[in-house]
Design a protein around this ligand. Structure first.
Ligand SMILES: [Zn+2]
Length: 254
């Protein structure tokens, strides 16, 4: 995915600046402190809407979005190439989602540390960013190859892309270093989509099925010559379509 600084990294920095978390790396806990000293204060996440609000979402890829954050569940949008395409991350809503997720997770797992709270924010923000990049990739691919936009179907694929992106992260990534019990709760909640289109991601939870579905969706106009080879168009587009070194999109935080 490259090491370039993206708006996801900028947004994480901005949110953490407003909600300082103690980090063991930067501020060592004294050796005589209590073992649970590093736990997050419950007051930290008192605000934030109920987690249910985020389980049902409207399509976030299209031609027109208001210049305001809109309902809580709109974490990001992708505006089709006009050109360029435009990825927007909504700070207020991502911050609220993080708070809601923390509150929801703490009911089942009360031992959330400051480090894990930060990892959750990173996980959520990068996931939203990857979701929007997938929408860009679909748009970009339609510019090159033709094909029809199907916004509900594309949402299921975009969520599946988040899933496979998460699974491709190393053991020492944000989710890999999170407490396993907490990670299970967070991942389950993040992918517990109920909305039309979004909930269909489970059909593409196996990577080969996901690539086949992307090939079918974006490659319907590909020449029969290419279609007759072993070339996996879906895998290629996912790996190379949203190229940081050769961007057809712009991105911003709103
Ligand atoms: Zn979407």
């Amino acid at each position: 995915m490259g090491d370039a600084m993206t708006i996801a990294d900028t947004l994480i920095k901005n949110i953490l600046a407003d909600h300082p978390l103690r980090s063991r790396d930067m501020d060592p806990v004294p050796p005589d402190s209590a073992p649970l000293d590093d736990l997050l204060d419950p007051d930290f996440f008192l605000d934030g809407p109920d987690i249910e609000v985020f389980l049902d979402r409207a399509p976030d890829s299209g031609e027109d979005f208001p210049e305001e954050p809109g309902p809580w569940s709109v974490l990001g949008t992708y505006h089709h190439m006009a050109s360029p395409g435009l990825i927007t991350l909504y700070r207020r809503n991502i911050e609220a989602y993080w708070m809601s997720l923390l509150r929801h997770a703490r009911r089942q797992f009360p031992f959330i540390t400051h480090q894990d709270a930060e990892r959750m924010l990173r996980l959520v923000t990068h996931s939203v960013y990857q979701h929007e990049r997938f929408h860009y990739l679909c748009d970009f691919s339609r510019q090159l190859l033709g094909g029809q936009f199907d916004h509900w179907h594309e949402e299921g694929l975009a969520v599946a892309h988040e899933w496979h992106w998460q699974k491709g992260q190393a053991w020492n990534s944000d989710s890999g270093r999170m407490h396993p019990s907490l990670r299970r709760i967070v991942m389950h909640t993040m992918f517990n989509h109920r909305g039309r289109g979004y909930r269909d991601w489970r059909q593409y939870a196996v990577l080969a099925d996901f690539h086949a579905a992307v090939t079918a969706y974006l490659g319907s106009h590909v020449s029969p010559t290419l279609a007759g080879t072993a070339f996996n168009l879906g895998a290629w587009l996912v790996a190379h379509g949203a190229d940081e070194g050769n961007k057809g999109w712009e991105e911003r935080i709103l």
